[in-house]
Design a protein around this ligand. Structure first.
Ligand SMILES: *Cc1c(COP(=O)(O)O)cnc(C)c1O
Length: 219
């Protein structure tokens, strides 16, 4: 099932779009199956769970942290994490920088923009993002690199609303890019809305249940 789902999804993705297979809550055997089918980029939303999976699985996997970050746990993943999607404060960037430095690495990060209307979704306003990107202090953080933005749309079937949220982030991203050439990645789109996200300029989609099936508990 996993192999077939992956093959079907990959066949629909434009070449410039990276597929992050979101394996949170799923067992090692499921990830191994996706790996054997050629998938190399996996996303998790809990640091400890990702560390355990990193330890158990082939080392050429690129692990993405897509969840809300607890600063005191960044140290556990600093030696291997490939991309952190959910950065939503300068304090967190500083902590990532500090931990990356210990391992002599530069960790790639995405700033999470708040585009959903739901109150519960994390993220920075476009104004916050502008301030971080242009701040003097950022240039002192030599062990992180901000390579793009991430956004989560409202959980809704309303295509018009999704489209508005995705395109507002895409427009903002394009404006920022003209000032900062390091910005390359726009992470938006999940199982329910990734085709629409791609139509609206996404370069990276985070797909879980359409690959691995429904999760047993809310994660
Ligand atoms: C769980 C999760 C996903 C994947 O969700 P699906 O609907 O299962 O595809 C994508 N992004 C984030 C941030 C998530 O937490």
């Amino acid at each position: 099932m996993i192999t077939r789902n992956l093959t079907e999804i990959k066949a629909t993705l434009p070449e410039h779009v990276t597929l992050v297979a979101v394996s949170k809550t799923k067992p090692i055997v499921d990830i191994q199956e996706a790996y054997d089918a050629g998938q190399r980029v996996f996303g998790e939303n809990k640091i400890q769970e990702m560390v355990a999976k990193y330890d158990a699985l082939p080392k050429d996997i690129n692990w993405h942290m897509i969840g809300h970050l607890q600063r005191n746990k960044v140290k556990y993943m600093a030696h291997f994490v490939d991309l952190i999607h959910g950065v939503d404060s300068f304090k967190t960037l500083k902590e990532i920088n500090k931990q990356a430095k210990k391992h002599n690495r530069v960790i790639n990060c995405l700033l999470q923009a708040r585009i959903a209307q739901e109150e519960t979704k994390f993220g920075l306003t476009f104004n916050d993002i502008n301030q971080i990107i242009t701040s003097e202090e950022l240039s002192e953080l030599e062990n992180i690199s901000i390579v793009g933005l991430m956004g989560m749309a409202t959980f809704t079937d309303d295509k018009h609303q999704l489209q508005e949220e995705f395109s507002s982030l895409k427009n903002f991203f394009d404006t920022l890019k003209t000032q900062n050439s390091k910005l390359k990645i726009l992470s938006m789109g999940m199982s329910g809305d990734y085709p629409l996200a791609i139509e609206n300029g996404s370069t990276m989609v985070r797909v879980g249940s359409s690959i691995f099936g429904h999760r047993n508990y809310i994660a």
